[in-house]
Design a protein around this ligand. Structure first.
Ligand code: SPQ
Length: 422
């Protein structure tokens, strides 16, 4: 697809619902006793995979096609054995969180996904689950899960990962005794917030989460805020384009996700937050981004899990920022939908950007002109959207080899993107 270049962008948009919260709402809704209503559900391919997996386990889930979803939960022990392999598509979240739920069921199951999922490491989830007694064959998909009795553990995590943490929390709902999970750095805490609201026995203190077996979860009415990981593309676009201003309404600003705002402001971006409120236990606000002169920054340490998915688009911002940007401590990018360190470095280099891949991140010397190119996106939604942003200020034409992969997290991205031109 050719990327159309816009001169200026202006306007107000609403991005689709948060992907992480949408997954969790369906999963926990399925395990609750009764009907959970979800508004603002992300109808992206990943979250639809989650719905499909739970339907295969006997859960009735009604959808109106506009983001209203009703999950008819059957309780923690109400899932039925799936007749087929559970197919998780491109979704790491579905795959890893399912492992936590399936490990403690009274039935066996198998889980697999697309070619990208089959290359992503699952041992980070299956190994700690096995310490709880889980019996899971293989460290890459397809996974064979022999449901069994679980017991609590005290586990210090090896990587900062909300998916590993959540898989253990979900298994702990079925385990005898207490499970203690110690994080290295704080990762997104949507599961903890939702489970507390549903009445689970869960406590968080700093980097430690304690969970005890739960007999019942209360169904909820859940309103999913706009996804800050999707809003990030417009924060960067509004900042780099001349004479531009974009307001993104109704975005989730859970502090475990707002690293993008901190970094963009540190780069000198004119980002304003207004209308802060809490909806369904999650903080929400409107975010306005306007044209700014950006400067390079150093990004590393505890902020990384708070912006891990935004690093490709932050790298695009860094290309247009004066001076050097160094991203470190971001090894986790290598095990996403693709190796996002390598993919960003290779594709941005095609455009003439001064970017060097490092062992745990990248170094970008920004503020130099770049040119258009024919980009590969490696089937990765965040690469496709980041390259569309990068192309806006490149001299000459650009294309991407796959635009449809944006459907994973942001169906309708290009309509919203071009709708801002003026
Ligand atoms: O679900 P998936 O494929 O892993 O999606 C990604 C993404 O870019 O959308 C990562 F590739 O987001 C993850 C995120 O990186 C979603 C997530 C979650 O909902 O818990 C947590 C993060 O992953 P991790 O491995 O750091 O826990």
């Amino acid at each position: 697809m050719l990327i159309h270049k816009m001169k200026r962008v202006n306007g107000v948009i609403t991005v689709p619902g948060d992907k992480s919260i949408s997954h969790r709402a369906v999963m926990l809704g399925a395990l609750a006793d009764g009907t959970t209503s979800i508004r603002g559900f992300l109808r992206g391919a990943d979250c639809l995979s989650t719905i499909d997996c739970f339907r295969k386990m006997g859960i009735r889930i009604d959808e109106d096609g506009n983001g209203s979803v009703t999950v008819h939960g059957r309780g923690l022990n109400g899932l039925s054995a799936p007749q087929d392999t559970l197919y998780t598509g491109n979704s790491g979240t579905t795959t890893r969180l399912l492992c936590g739920i399936l490990a403690g069921q009274p039935f066996d199951s198998s889980v697999t996904g697309d070619a990208s999922i089959c290359k992503r490491p699952m041992g980070r989830v299956t190994r700690p689950l096995s310490l709880m007694g889980a019996r899971i064959e293989n460290e890459y998909c397809p996974l064979l899960i022999h449901g069994t009795k679980l017991h609590g553990i005290d586990y210090s995590m090896e990587v900062a990962s909300a998916q590993v943490k959540t898989a253990l929390i979900l298994a702990a709902l079925y385990a005898d005794g207490e499970t203690v999970i110690r994080e290295t750095e704080k990762s997104r805490d949507h599961t903890e917030l939702m489970l507390k609201a549903m009445g689970a026995d869960i406590e968080t203190c700093g980097l430690t989460v304690r969970v005890r077996r739960t007999n019942a979860l209360r169904p909820q009415d859940i309103t999913v805020p706009g996804d800050i990981s999707s809003a990030a593309f417009f924060m960067v676009l509004g900042s780099i384009m001349p004479e531009s201003e974009i307001t993104i309404k109704n975005v989730g600003i859970n502090p475990t996700r707002t690293g993008i705002i901190d970094v963009m402001r540190q780069m000198g971006a004119d980002i304003r937050i207004s209308g802060e409120r809490t909806e369904g236990g999650e903080p929400v606000a409107d975010i306005r981004a306007a044209s700014s002169r950006l400067r390079g920054v150093e990004i590393g340490g505890e902020i990384i899990p708070r912006l891990i998915d935004e690093l490709p688009v932050i790298a695009a911002a860094a290309v247009f920022a004066e001076g050097r940007t160094v991203i470190r401590d971001a090894r986790e990018l290598k095990v996403k939908e693709t190796n996002r360190i390598r993919a960003v470095a290779e594709e941005f280099t095609k455009a003439g950007a001064d970017i060097t891949e490092t062992e745990d991140g990248m170094i970008i010397n920004g503020g130099k002109p770049i040119h258009g190119a024919d980009f590969a996106v490696y089937g990765d939604h965040r690469m496709a959207m980041s390259l569309a942003i990068l192309s806006q200020l490149a001299e000459g034409a650009s294309s991407i080899d796959d635009a449809s992969c944006v459907d994973v997290s942001y169906p309708g991205f290009f309509e919203d993107f071009y709708g801002l031109e003026n």
